[in-house]
Design a protein around this ligand. Structure first.
Ligand code: PLP
Length: 405
């Protein structure tokens, strides 16, 4: 077979030039806007309410356990799909939190490098190129590139403001036998929506009818503010038990986004495929930090109650300041973001220019709304602010935002 035209060989290339061709896949998506805002923020000495990472310490128990593991020379590869002690600890914690949901740690868990690796490993393991994956829009920006890298075709279904509910007719119309999976993220980044039982039951009905999977990202499961019903893991909804892959991580619940420790929970047939892909992507998550994960899973319920109460205080502090500055929004029911309508402050609706202006003039970084939509113009009147910060940081941000009001 004749080969496709490619870069000239090194010998034929004029001296001093380098190959410039990149893969079609890599050329299809841009650099992460959220992480770019973090870099800009550092350059401007701003307060970073763009990227969602805490500026407060993680629980001492995690640090002590990780340090003890390093002191004990826990320096070599853990089992590729996760240290046994950590997998058993995850299964125990899930059973305590959601009575009735039982997981076999030997066959149904794969420990990954954060939920980011978990999501791409799941898509590569379970979705074939050309198959469709339904995603609710606005969406966490990683899901688009995840779909592209795995060859899946994203199919977007809108979450409708002001309460970010699902339009049943739109969801039904999006389903067909080409759909392999639906990505659910609850509590939801960026809207703060917590999916209701009625919505999850609708998804269950459609997934059963079209033999599709639910891939659910529950990284904010413990950050919720007492909305109706609270967080419901899709894996516990009737009809979804055998067709759900749950993605989670230590990152947000325990304030260790830099540790890069996450996991998947799925029936054995899916887990063994995910484990294979994960093995060749990364081999495994850092062994001593998995020991920290064992300590995290042993924290008492009081830790989660305090975490939720502290996030509520942070949410209210930031949201009061945003409202006073002229932003309009729906109070988030969960996760740690607030999606703001900027029309009063930026009538022409250039979210990227407005985010830069806000950083340069007020010294506060937020994420332009276009990062959360397939068609960037759908996000032009939106900025997203994150509030996983100390109250002092949020008070300083509030003072800076006051210049807009
Ligand atoms: N999923 C969602 C919905 C997120 O908001 C984030 C981070 O902001 C991640 C996944 C990334 O998680 P991790 O740090 O565990 O890879």
């Amino acid at each position: 077979m004749p080969s496709e035209p490619s870069e000239p060989s090194a010998a034929a290339r004029p001296a001093g030039t380098v190959p410039r061709r990149i893969s079609t896949k890599a050329g299809t998506f841009t650099e992460s806007v959220i992480r770019e805002m973090t870099r800009l923020c550092l350059a401007h000495g701003g307060i970073n309410l763009a990227q969602g990472f805490p500026d407060f310490p993680c629980p001492a128990e995690l640090k002590e356990a990780a340090k003890a593991a390093i002191d004990a020379d826990d320096n070599q590869y853990a089992i590729t799909w996760g240290a046994a002690a950590f997998r058993h600890a995850i299964a125990g914690k899930v059973a305590r939190t959601y009575p009735g949901w039982t997981i076999d740690p030997e066959t149904e868990i794969c420990v990954t490098c954060g939920s980011t690796e978990a999501m791409i490993a799941v898509m590569l393991a379970l979705v074939d190129p050309g198959e469709e994956v339904i995603m609710f829009e606005p969406f966490y920006e990683n899901y688009g590139p995840d779909a592209i890298l795995s060859g899946a075709r994203p199919r977007f279904v809108s979450l409708r403001g002001p309460d970010w509910s699902i339009d049943e007719a739109e969801l039904r119309a999006a389903f067909s036998d080409r759909v392999r999976a639906v990505v659910v993220n609850t509590p939801h980044n960026p809207t703060g929506k917590v999916f209701t039982r009625v919505e999850l039951e609708l998804i269950a009905e459609l997934c059963q009818r079209h033999d599709a999977l639910v891939i659910t990202d529950e990284i904010y499961e413990h950050i919720q503010f007492g909305g109706p019903g609270g967080h419901i893991p899709p894996a516990t909804v009737a009809g979804l038990e055998d067709r759900t892959v749950t993605v989670n991580a230590l990152s947000k619940t325990y304030a260790v986004t830099g540790w890069r420790v996450g996991w998947t929970i799925a029936p054995p047939v899916y887990t063994s495929a995910i484990r294979k892909v994960h093995d060749f992507l990364t081999v495994g998550a850092a062994a001593p930090l998995q020991a920290g994960g064992v300590a995290a899973m042993a924290l008492p319920q009081g830790y989660y109650d305090t975490t939720a109460a502290e996030y509520l205080e942070r949410r209210d502090l930031l949201c009061d300041a945003l409202a006073a500055a002229g932003f309009r929004f729906r109070l988030p029911d969960g996760a740690y973001y607030v999606m703001c309508d900027t029309r009063l402050l930026d009538p022409e609706g250039d979210d990227v220019a407005f985010a830069r202006r806000l950083l340069e003039t007020a010294g506060v970084a937020a994420v332009p709304g276009s990062s959360f939509f397939a068609d960037p113009s759908d996000g032009r009147h939106i900025l997203r602010f994150a509030f996983p910060k100390r109250l002092d940081t949020l008070r300083a941000a509030a003072d800076r935002l006051a210049v807009l009001g």
